[in-house]
Write a protein of this length. Structure first.
Length: 382
């Protein structure tokens, strides 16, 4: 349900193939240089300094999903009843431990799906010490790394928000990553720190010069800048189970207003997450309140339950989100969504899944659109 900053975070969104926002640095060649420089530094480290030898590993994953959906259309639309998504990633990692116990890890993940121009979509160096973990590079924010999956899911993860892609949007609401700060920064370059656990309590902080994927100088007139998120979480256990609480605050300065250059606005958000496990059961919920620079505030929450037995996993969840579409609109935009999921572990690294969903969307004029369907898929990890 969650991942530590010192461990690999869950993968970034890739299957819907959004073009890179900055073509000059979105290709593999541009990003590979700093990554391999860092790996080279590790390779050249003196043996007398390292307690453990340098280890290099390769891994990857393949995802194939097929869906059928019955969606209420808005003329002149003609939506096909079937669709497909896929994802193909390969990752490389170099890791060593020094004599004083410090761990140094370099990680890069490449999207090798055809047609995706953003080849290297995650690259960072992580340093683990007695004083906490430090990370630099293109990586998730501390809030996302601490919370992980806000609600439990049998087959999907929080990163695999396929239903939001399969359902034609009728509102301006953000349903992908709607419960963590990844919705603002995705994989923007930044610096992160996570403190050691102290009686179950941990603190994480992340700074991004800009929320844009581009690197280099930041033009305040055109780019959101100076993004900061602070997140704390507490873990505990009881007889037969565990529990956890987490919450965070995010702020980022919006681009300078073109009409009044000296007036700046800010996007802010805060969220809460809680969950518990007992036996084969897992229950969790999350809430996020977003105040964007536009003034069109959004509120989203979700609750879910999961049961695991042997090779099977079953889950159900409900999500709700609202926002004011435009100032003076007659109705708030709204999205309700229910999912039922099942998954079966066919073999180590191979899982099959089936998901049923129903979504109801209401636009700012009060018109509602409903969608329902099934998603089937296979996951392979190696």
């Amino acid at each position: 349900m969650r991942s530590d900053i010192a461990l690999e975070s869950f993968p970034a969104r890739t299957w819907f193939r959004r073009p890179a926002r900055d073509g000059s640095c979105a290709t593999m060649g541009c990003w590979m240089r700093p990554f391999f420089v860092l790996v080279g530094l590790l390779l050249l480290a003196r043996p007398s300094v390292a307690a453990d030898p340098l280890t290099v590993g390769l891994g990857g994953r393949l995802r194939e999903y097929f869906f059928v959906a019955d969606q209420q259309t808005a003329p002149p639309e003609k939506l096909n009843a079937a669709g497909q998504f896929n994802e193909a990633l390969i990752a490389a990692e170099a890791k060593t431990t020094t004599a004083d116990g410090t761990t140094i890890r370099a990680y890069g993940r490449y999207d090798i799906a055809n047609g995706n121009k953003q080849n290297l979509n995650l690259a960072y160096v992580d340093v683990g010490t007695d004083f906490g973990n430090f990370r630099a590079g293109t990586n998730f924010d501390a809030n996302t790394m601490v919370i992980g999956d806000p609600i439990p899911e049998a087959f999907f993860t929080a990163d695999e928000e396929l239903i939001a892609d399969a359902v034609e949007p009728r509102t301006g609401l953000t349903m992908r990553d709607a419960l963590t700060f990844k919705r603002f920064v995705e994989n923007a370059a930044g610096l992160s720190y996570q403190s050691p656990a102290f009686y179950g309590l941990r603190l994480g902080v992340t700074y991004h010069p800009t929320t844009d994927a581009a690197t280099g100088p930041v033009d305040l007139r055109t780019k959101a800048h100076n993004a900061v998120d602070v997140t704390a979480d507490y873990d505990g256990d009881f007889t037969g189970g565990t529990y956890r609480f987490a919450g965070g605050y995010f702020t980022v300065a919006a681009p300078d207003a073109p009409i009044v250059p000296n007036v700046k606005s800010t996007t802010r958000a805060w969220n809460l997450s809680a969950g518990l496990t007992y036996g084969g059961w897992e229950l969790a919920g999350a809430y996020m309140d977003t105040s964007p620079a536009s003034g069109l505030n959004e509120k989203a929450w979700a609750m879910g339950a999961l049961y695991a037995i042997d090779r099977w996993r079953f889950s159900t969840d409900f999500r709700h989100a609202t926002r004011l579409s435009v100032f003076g609109a007659l109705h708030h935009e709204m999205v309700n969504r229910v999912q039922l999921q099942s998954a079966y572990k066919l073999a180590p690294g191979v899982s099959l899944g089936m998901i049923g969903f129903y979504a109801d969307q209401r636009d700012g004029t009060g018109i509602s659109y409903d969608s329902k369907g099934l998603v089937g898929g296979i996951k392979l990890d190696f």
